[in-house]
Design a protein around this ligand. Structure first.
Ligand SMILES: NC(=O)C1=CN([C@@H]2O[C@H](COP(=O)(O)OP(=O)(O)OC[C@H]3O[C@@H](n4cnc5c(N)ncnc54)[C@H](OP(=O)(O)O)[C@@H]3O)[C@@H](O)[C@H]2O)C=CC1
Ligand SMILES: O=CC(=O)O
Length: 386
């Protein structure tokens, strides 16, 4: 289904899309197969990437749809990135950026890095990366620049500041923003990059610190398909799967949907552990039982024991999960989709941030759940004492 929807979006007209889809037979649906089938769809649509497509513009104008920037021509051909030949840039050397850059270096790419706090580049410099003094310098030195930044504000600033990425862009170069942001931010960054002749790909990732270290991220990309193709090697060095979803905004929306579900799952799990504890059950038994049944999830198995021990070493900082809940709720509001469960979860992440847990792992939402239970117990006790 995903393959067909994406293929349809990639074709310049409904007629072409129907003709393409008529040639397709259902096959196994692994991510790599999806990507190659989507690329094939593009190759069978000669008008793809040639000019703004009225049908796509009309789609964007329908109520409830994010404004889609039309598929468009590249200003200059993009050369496929190749280890030993292509210089890549990486901006934002946080938890994720550090691990991702390491995998690019391991794969044999030359990498130029920049981080707001330059101290975080020291380990990579020792491993062979060059360190630039501005984002512009990175974009000017690299053919393709990646960025992994906290939030929309950081993404916009790094792209648009006077010595930012856009200032270093030129035809033949590309910018791949892998940060988790909203569609409007991604579209604004795309416009700034394209105004300088560069190509743009949004590519937020699903997968945390562990998958980043193991090169097993899942890329949710959208934007210029030629850039998706050109950076296929680096994406494969950092990830285990990549999806091309259409015009920029689609990748951002996909990431927000996934993280909204993840954030709500985590608060539900925390409430389950808290309740189990209150009724005298061993939390490890709960983790084992959940792990054997239909609601088993790698996240519960990974985080559960640490949550039971109330230890929250950061892999995915809670402040970022709360940002994702906030952005998903704003998206729901924009398109008229009520999200009461996500709203309730978001309140717990906000409470945890107020408890000073923004830099802890997002599983520290457990503390808000426990804190709330404690507050409710105190309130009930006070009422009873009156
Ligand atoms: N950790 C995870 O499991 C995952 C995270 N993500 C997403 O990836 C992104 C980064 O996450 P993560 O690496 O965990 O976060 P970190 O907090 O470890 O890193 C954030 C990075 O953004 C930089 N930054 C923040 N504000 C600015 C600014 N105004 N100007 C320039 N640089 C700035 C930081 O620089 P400095 O060091 O100077 O503060 C740092 O390099 C977020 O969008 C997050 O939602 C996506 C999937 C998984
Ligand atoms: O964004 C976080 C993740 O684990 O994915």
């Amino acid at each position: 289904m995903l393959l067909h929807n994406t293929a349809r979006a990639a074709c310049a007209s409904k007629r072409q899309a129907r003709a393409f889809m008529a040639t397709q037979t259902p096959r196994s649906s692994g991510p790599q197969r999806r990507v190659s089938a989507i690329a094939m769809a593009a190759s069978r649509c000669p008008t793809l990437a040639a000019r703004p497509q009225p049908s796509l513009l009309r789609r964007a104008a329908q109520p409830g749809r994010r404004a889609a920037v039309p598929v468009r021509a590249q200003a200059a051909p993009l050369i496929d990135a190749a280890p030993g030949k292509t210089t890549l840039g990486f901006i934002g050397i946080g938890i994720m950026g550090l691990a991702m850059t390491r995998n690019l270096l391991k794969a044999g790419y030359q990498v130029v890095v920049w981080n707001r706090n330059p101290d975080k580049c020291a380990a990579l410099a020792a491993e062979g990366a060059k360190v630039a003094s501005t984002p512009q310098e990175v974009a000017a030195a690299a053919t393709y620049t990646f960025a992994m930044l906290s939030d929309p504000e950081a993404a916009l600033d790094v792209a648009n500041r006077p010595d930012g990425v856009a200032a270093g862009m030129a035809p033949g170069k590309g910018y791949v923003d892998v940060s988790t942001v909203d569609a409007a931010t991604s579209q604004a960054v795309a416009a700034a990059v394209r105004a300088r002749g560069g190509a743009f790909l949004e590519a937020p990732v699903s997968g945390s610190k562990g998958p980043a270290e193991q090169g097993k991220l899942i890329f949710l990309t959208a934007g210029d398909q030629a850039l998706f193709n050109a950076v296929s090697g680096p994406l494969d060095a950092m990830g285990k799967a990549k999806f091309f979803l259409g015009a920029e905004g689609a990748g951002a929306n996909m990431k927000l949907v996934v993280n909204m579900v993840m954030g709500s799952m985590m608060t539900a799990f925390a409430e389950g552990l808290a309740l189990a504890d209150k009724v005298g059950l061993r939390q490890q038994d709960v983790i084992d039982v959940v792990g054997l049944g239909a609601i088993a999830a790698p996240m519960f198995a990974l985080k559960g024991p640490a949550m039971a021990a109330r230890a929250y070493a950061p892999a995915f900082p809670l402040k970022h999960q709360q940002k994702d809940m906030r952005l998903a709720l704003a998206l729901g509001d924009e398109v008229g989709q009520p999200l009461p469960l996500a709203a309730a979860s978001n309140a717990q992440y906000i409470a945890a941030r107020r408890q000073g847990l923004g830099d802890a792992d997002f599983s520290a939402v457990m503390e808000a759940v426990l804190g709330q239970a404690a507050a409710e117990a105190t309130e009930a006790h006070n009422k009873a004492a009156k």
